[in-house]
Ligand binder design. Structure first.
Ligand SMILES: [Fe+2]
Ligand SMILES: [Fe+2]
Length: 173
């Protein structure tokens, strides 16, 4: 009897499509945060701008994690269109509420992707997504902590200057 070895199992098409959509979503996140960063720079809140620029970098790294994964799995990367980031806010608090809302949306996407990976019994993708599940907890938590600070100090005045300084000290991960 010949022993069956299943060393090469091609990536499922539905899984591949979903990963390509997620690459797009991560790049879109990066784009949104970069637009927000520019707006903060105009408001002379350079610390907020710095924080968001690091977030732009992180989101790009997230997109590239999925990109590398797909290539490693012998999948086909398909880069998609990005939308013009419709960034509009009138205060730092409003901006960070938008960041939190966006990250909650990304979390729901990651969860859906995990459901698909489970359904398709794609174990390597489940493993990769464990990292993203933890990362989303961190992303939501860090947005929430800026919101909490802004609520505490009232979104203006000398304390905003101090918070700007604090956010300006953020280091890349
Ligand atoms: Fe992300
Ligand atoms: Fe992060």
């Amino acid at each position: 009897m010949e022993m069956k070895t299943n060393t090469h199992r091609p990536i499922d098409t539905a899984v591949q499509d979903a990963i390509n959509d997620q690459i797009q979503a991560e790049f879109q996140s990066a784009y949104i945060y970069l637009a927000m960063s520019a707006k903060f720079e105009h408001m002379s809140l350079n610390g907020f701008a710095h924080w968001l620029r690091l977030q732009w970098q992180e989101e790009t790294a997230h997109a590239m994690k999925f990109y590398e994964f797909l290539l490693q799995r012998d999948g086909v990367v398909e880069l998609k269109e990005l939308e013009r980031p419709a960034v509009s806010f009138s205060s730092p608090l409003e901006a960070f509420e938008q960041v939190l809302e966006h990250e909650q949306y990304i979390t729901s996407r990651i969860n859906n992707l995990y459901d698909l990976a489970t359904e398709k019994r794609d174990y390597p993708l489940q493993n990769l997504l464990q990292w993203f599940i933890d990362e989303q907890v961190e992303e939501e938590d860090s947005a929430r902590s800026v919101i909490d600070s802004l609520k505490l100090i009232g979104d203006a005045g000398p304390n905003l200057f101090l918070l700007d300084r604090e956010l300006g000290a953020r280091q890349p991960e």
